[in-house]
Design a protein around this ligand. Structure first.
Ligand code: NAD
Length: 630
């Protein structure tokens, strides 16, 4: 039985088992009221039992027609609801029927968001029970369109908006958030939303969607999840000129102003929630993403999903694919299109795993991996032999200057990352600058390097052309093709193209899902190589072990667990990932492997270590079933 307390979740197991939690059901004094001195300001929090209309309007406790007769009497609901009492299953059936009637994905997204705002448990029940069908609605690809149109579909604020206006007051802003047991924060600054570029504060759709998956896929309680959007302005001219834009109407703050705000945020988070809150950076532009990860990786519990989560999921898919394509990981040669967060993150984790297997230095393993990126044509970089802009300057300021680029018709070209380009490369690309002659295009690179695995992380659609796939198929009996860019419109090629152009020989996986394809009378299934497989279980593993830092070996542990869960049944269909319908089980196993590694590395603080970590992870997972109210 649960008392319907607003502001505190009564009667449920909260995952934070740290010494900071109060024993005996009291509320932890994380807001400092009890220890504040007389002259300090405090937040006047009150707690009340919800009833009547306020209970119906509270998404955390509302059950709609599923309130029992007894509950209707006890909580002053008589007359506020029609007489029927429904089961949660019937409510689910009814809602799925109505969602399926919408033909436009964005309408489905809005319907799901409405449900989340109305009845949280029902929202999660729908998402958990219909994960394959609803994941593309609340996550990629539809969430991309939702972010693009966030201004017009925006109804009620979700998450915390921290803008430059809040500078100096971020700790106070965090205290406005009604939940106290926050364990995971997903934060974006909206600068690189999926492959859609700078969407400013409208990027909020991403943290909201990711955290919905933390709960649905990883079983982290909704009340423990905090979506945050940091608004430092936008360089998206369309948004700046849109009268309905909901963010700060100014160009992006950069440099010291930007990093000071981020530093204030990171400090306030640690001060308010302690050492064990996981901060997941999401969809930051790569120049800031690498910087923030390096800066806070040693002092905070931080994780960058685009760099680390993607790496872990892709490594899992590649390792699983070895059963189909043959060889060991170090036997293979990789070529990437796109050398940003995802590309270099994946490349590094693959190299790390190769080195663990061969005991060779990391530098040696990196030589099996090549990356092609976009670079600015030399003639526009320099004028009369004088270098005007370096590649890194241009990429760091790409969005700031994109209007200039357009005006002056700057052209971006592709190029293999080679040592002769080293001086003008961004720092995270430098380890991939091999001693190799310059190569101009992806097609040439495929022909010359002869990779066995082709990975797309460019954010640019249609870049795996017919010629490129044909060249892969010419060199390999079974080419492994991974088109990872999101959303679907940015995918390097479609599943149909990969199968058709390789005459049905490719093993294919993509970031956004594709339906099965029929080719020459055979049905081909493609896997979804998306970090949604990893981050929910990874985060759960961190929470249940009370880990205080993220270590690369924990990413490898997550990856290993995911690869192991691919069965012969999946392989028979050509799949390199397990079915998403089993995602809660998958996440529990990933969580257990990650937690085990955290204990092994001495990074876990939840002691004693539970004996059976899989069972423990499962027992901690949030259930969306309705609770009974006394
Ligand atoms: P990023 O901006 O950090 O990197 C993009 C890279 O692509 C840069 O190196 C850039 O030089 C290169 N590039 C751009 N246009 C190119 C072109 N025409 N030819 C060659 N190279 C080109 O972005 P990111 O974070 O690495 O994300 C890239 C894409 O990967 C996005 O679409 C994102 O949605 C997707 N992604 C997918 C997953 C997943 O789970 N499947 C995870 C993370 C990112």
């Amino acid at each position: 039985m649960e008392s319907v307390l607003k502001g505190v979740r009564g009667g449920e197991c909260v995952l934070d088992l740290s010494p900071r939690s109060t024993v005996g059901g009291g509320v932890e004094d994380i807001y400092g009221e009890d220890c504040a001195t007389e002259d300090q300001l405090i937040t006047p929090w009150t707690f009340s039992v919800a009833s009547g209309c306020s209970l119906l309007r509270d998404p955390q406790y509302n059950k709609g027609l599923a309130f029992t007769e007894k509950e209707r009497d006890a909580h002053y609901l008589r007359g506020l609801l029609p007489p029927t009492v429904s089961s949660q299953e019937l409510q689910e059936k009814k809602l799925m029927n109505s969602i399926r009637q919408y033909e436009v994905p964005l309408q489905k997204y809005v319907a799901m968001m409405d449900l989340q705002e109305r009845n949280e448990r029902l929202f999660y029940k729908l998402l958990i029970d219909n994960v394959e069908e609803l994941l593309p609605v609340v996550y990629t690809p539809t969430v991309g369109e939702a972010c693009q149109k966030y201004g017009s579909i925006f109804r009620r604020p979700q998450g915390l908006y921290i803008s430059l206006k809040e500078k100096g007051k971020i700790l106070e802003v965090l205290k406005n958030w009604p939940e106290r047991s926050v364990q995971v924060i997903v934060v974006t600054d909206g600068e690189r939303i999926l492959g859609l570029g700078d969407l400013g504060t409208q990027g909020m759709g991403i943290p909201v969607g990711k955290l919905a998956l933390y709960t649905a896929l990883g079983g982290v309680r909704p009340s423990s999840c905090l979506p945050v959007t940091i608004d430092v302005g936008t360089n998206n001219e369309k948004l700046l000129n849109d009268e309905f834009y909901i963010g700060l109407k100014q160009k992006r703050a950069t440099g010291k102003e930007y990093y000071d705000l981020l530093h204030e945020f990171m400090s306030a988070v640690k001060q308010n929630y302690g050492e064990k809150v996981l901060v997941q950076f999401e969809d930051f532009a790569n120049h800031n993403a690498f910087e923030l990860l390096a800066k806070y990786g040693t002092t905070h519990l931080v994780f960058n999903d685009d760099i680390q989560g993607t790496a872990s999921v892709v490594l899992a898919g590649v390792v699983a694919a070895l059963k189909l394509i043959g060889g060991t990981l170090p036997d293979h040669k990789f070529l990437f299109l796109g050398a940003g967060e995802a590309g270099t993150g994946i490349a590094e984790l693959i190299a790390l795993e190769m080195s663990k297997q061969t005991k060779a230095p990391l530098e040696e393993s990196r030589k099996r991996i090549y990356l092609v990126d976009s670079k600015v044509v030399e003639s526009v970089k320099s004028f009369h032999g004088k270098l005007l802009f370096s590649d890194s300057f241009i990429f760091n300021n790409f969005f700031t200057f994109d209007s200039i680029f357009l005006n002056y018709s700057f052209v971006l070209f592709q190029g293999l990352i080679v040592s002769s380009r080293k001086n003008s490369l961004q720092h995270f690309k430098k380890p991939w600058a091999h001693d190799h002659e310059p190569v101009g295009t992806l097609l040439e690179a495929v022909k010359i390097i002869k990779p066995t695995v082709l990975v797309g992380t460019s954010g640019v659609g249609k870049t795996f052309t017919k010629e490129v796939i044909e060249a892969m198929a010419l060199n390999n009996k079974i080419p492994l093709i991974l088109a990872l860019s999101n959303p679907t419109s940015q995918s390097e090629c479609t599943a149909e193209e990969a199968y058709t152009w390789s005459e049905g020989r490719a093993i294919f996986a993509s970031g956004s899902p594709f339906d099965p394809v029929e080719y020459n009378g055979k049905v081909y299934y493609s896997g979804q190589s998306n970090n949604a497989y990893i981050f929910p279980g990874f985060g759960l593993g961190i929470i249940i072990s009370g880990a205080i830092r993220v270590h690369d070996d924990m990413l490898l542990a997550a990856s290993e667990s995911l690869a192991k869960q691919v069965t012969d049944e999946h392989y028979a269909k050509g799949l390199t990932y397990p079915s998403l319908t089993d995602i809660r089980k998958i996440s529990a196993n990933i969580a257990a492997n990650v937690a085990a590694k955290a204990y092994e590395l001495g990074l876990a603080t939840r002691l004693p270590r539970p004996e059976n970590l899989v069972k423990y992870a499962e027992s901690c997972m949030y259930s969306p079933l309705y609770r009974n109210y006394r």
